[in-house]
Design a protein around this ligand. Structure first.
Ligand code: FES
Length: 166
């Protein structure tokens, strides 16, 4: 997931900031440059702000309510961050949160030529690849689409694989 990248940017929305916090910790342990964007509905509903601040990585906090660093969703904050950063080819954007936000983040990463990994939050039942409750639509070879099981094939997918309109 992190191998081969010189710079990692995590973009979490709502509870999506939790798993990405651990990614940030791993980046720190491995000496990978890491930056973070955390998006919330409002300052009041924000979580882990202190923990992210203590990581020492550059972090932008966005809020729909406009009462944190950046007004609007995390994708807007990502755009602002990328405008300020020198381009580095081996950059990956990792995102977790509401699906529309992740789609916006994937588009922005693509516009900058950066790889993007998304953590899909499908409902799960069995968790072992049997019930198919967690099926998510993905692109396959030759331009066809099919389904992957989020629980065993993911939950992290390359953004290029995901069929967003499903
Ligand atoms: S949760 Fe049953 S197949 Fe994924």
């Amino acid at each position: 997931m992190l191998d081969g990248y010189e710079r990692i940017i995590t973009v979490g929305g709502g509870t999506g900031v939790f798993p990405l916090y651990f990614v940030q910790q791993i980046c720190r342990e491995r000496g990978i440059e890491a930056l973070a964007v955390c998006g919330y509905r409002s300052r009041e509903e924000s979580v882990l702000r202190e923990a992210y601040s203590q990581l020492g990585c550059r972090t932008l906090f966005a809020a729909d309510a406009g009462d944190l660093d950046i007004p609007g969703h995390a994708g807007l904050a990502l755009e602002e961050l990328l405008e300020q950063l020198p381009p580095i080819d081996s950059t990956a954007v990792l995102t977790c949160g509401p699906r529309p936000m992740m789609q916006a983040v994937a588009d922005i990463a693509s516009q900058h030529g950066y790889a993007c990994q998304v953590s899909l939050e499908e409902r799960m039942a069995c968790g072992i690849g049997v019930c198919l409750v967690c099926a998510c639509k993905v692109k396959q070879e030759a331009g066809e689409t099919g389904y992957a099981r989020c629980c065993v094939d993911g939950p992290v997918f390359s953004a290029e694989e995901v069929v967003w309109e499903s």
